[in-house]
Unconditional design. Structure first.
Length: 308
C-alpha cells in the first residue's frame, strides 16, 4: 500500500541522507553521519506540524482567510480555526510528481489549481540537492494563468541541534535587526528593533541560549555574510549543531519553538522558516510578489551540519 506521505525518494552524498515525500514535495528527513538535522516523521504518517513542508502560494497566516487583489475580494477556507486564518498556502497537500532523479538530486513538480479564494494556476518546481555544504532546497513558482497572481514562498523545516535535546538547551544565532510583533492570532502588529524590545529578549544577533524563550516571530532586516547568505545557526552544549543559510529571495525568517501543549514534538525542534514575505502578506501586500502571466520567482536555502 502506498504510504500516507506519498512516494518516497532517498538521496545520499557527502555523509548526508535526505528523505523526500511526494505529498507536498516534503523534506521528510535529513541526516548527516546518522545524526538528525531536522525533526523527521514516518513515511506512513500524516505530516505533523507542517514538518518539512513547502509553503506556497503564501507562507504563514492570512487574517480572516480574506484578502483583496486587483480590485476583487477573495475568501479562502479557514484551516486554522483557533485563529480564524488560512495557514501556509495550498501546496502542502498537493501530490507532486517526479521530474528529475539522481543519487544526490531530485526535482518534483506540482500545480496549485485555481479554486475559490485563489483563482490562479501556479506551477511549483521543488529541487532537493545534496553537496558538500549540505542539502539545498529551491522552490520555483510559475504563473500559468492569463492574469497576474499574488505569490509568496517559504519552507518549514524543524531544525535539531542534537539528538535527545530540547530547544531550551540550544544556542541560537540569528543575524536579524528587526522582529515583527504579532497579536494573539499570529497576525502582524508592528516592526521593532530586536535590541529595543523587551530588554533584547528576542535579540539573537550574538549566539546565546534560547532557554525558556517562546518564539513564534517573523524576523527581517536580515544581515547576510560576504557570500550573500543569511546564516541561522543552532548548536547544542556539546558543540554539534545545524545551520540554515537562506538566499536573497528570503527576506524573512519565521522562528517557532513548537510550544503548543497538544502539539507534536513540543520544543523538540526549532522551526526556521525562510520566507519571501511576512505573515498576512496577501492582505498587506508587504514584500508580496505579483507574478505576471508566465513569470517565475524562486527562493532557496541550504541546511548543513556544523560542529563548533
Amino acid at each position: 500500500m502506498r504510504p500516507l506521505s506519498g512516494d518516497q525518494i532517498v538521496i545520499r552524498a557527502h555523509g548526508y541522507e535526505a528523505g523526500v515525500a511526494s505529498v507536498g514535495a516534503t523534506l521528510r528527513s535529513l541526516r548527516h553521519d546518522d545524526r538528525d538535522l531536522v525533526l523527521p516523521f514516518d513515511e506512513d504518517e500524516v505530516r505533523p506540524g507542517m514538518r518539512g513542508a513547502v509553503l506556497a502560494p503564501w507562507p504563514n497566516r492570512v487574517g480572516d482567510a480574506r484578502y483583496q487583489f486587483a480590485g476583487r475580494t477573495h475568501q479562502l477556507p479557514v484551516d486554522e480555526p483557533a485563529s480564524g486564518t488560512a495557514l501556509h498556502g495550498l501546496a502542502a497537500w498537493v501530490d507532486f510528481r517526479l521530474v528529475e532523479a539522481g543519487s544526490a538530486r531530485v526535482v518534483l513538480a506540482g500545480t496549485v489549481q485555481p479554486r475559490s479564494g485563489y483563482p490562479w494556476r501556479v506551477r511549483l518546481d521543488v529541487e532537493h540537492a545534496l553537496g558538500a555544504d549540505g542539502l539545498t532546497q529551491r522552490v520555483t513558482a510559475t504563473n500559468e494563468s492569463p492574469t497576474a497572481a499574488p505569490c509568496g514562498l517559504g519552507g518549514h523545516p524543524y531544525l535539531v541541534a542534537a539528538a535527545g535535546g530540547a530547544v531550551d538547551d540550544w544556542t541560537l544565532e540569528l543575524p536579524a535587526e528587526s522582529v515583527l510583533l504579532a497579536d494573539p492570532r499570529g497576525l502582524p502588529v508592528r516592526d521593532v528593533a530586536v535590541a529595543e524590545h523587551d530588554g533584547g529578549a528576542l535579540d539573537f544577533r550574538r549566539p546565546r541560549r534560547i532557554g525558556e524563550t517562546v518564539l513564534n516571530h517573523a524576523y527581517t532586516a536580515l544581515r547576510p555574510g560576504a557570500d550573500g547568505l543569511v546564516r541561522t545557526r543552532l548548536t547544542s552544549p556539546g558543540g554539534r549543531g545545524v545551520e540554515l543559510a537562506s538566499d536573497a529571495g528570503c527576506r524573512w525568517l519565521q522562528l517557532y519553538s513548537a510550544d503548543r501543549e497538544d502539539g507534536p514534538g513540543r520544543r523538540a525542534g526549532l522551526a526556521v522558516e525562510p520566507m519571501t514575505c511576512p505573515p498576512d502578506a496577501l492582505r498587506s501586500g508587504r514584500d508580496l510578489t505579483v507574478l505576471a502571466p508566465g513569470a517565475s520567482v524562486s527562493a532557496g536555502w541550504t541546511i548543513r551540519a556544523v560542529h563548533v
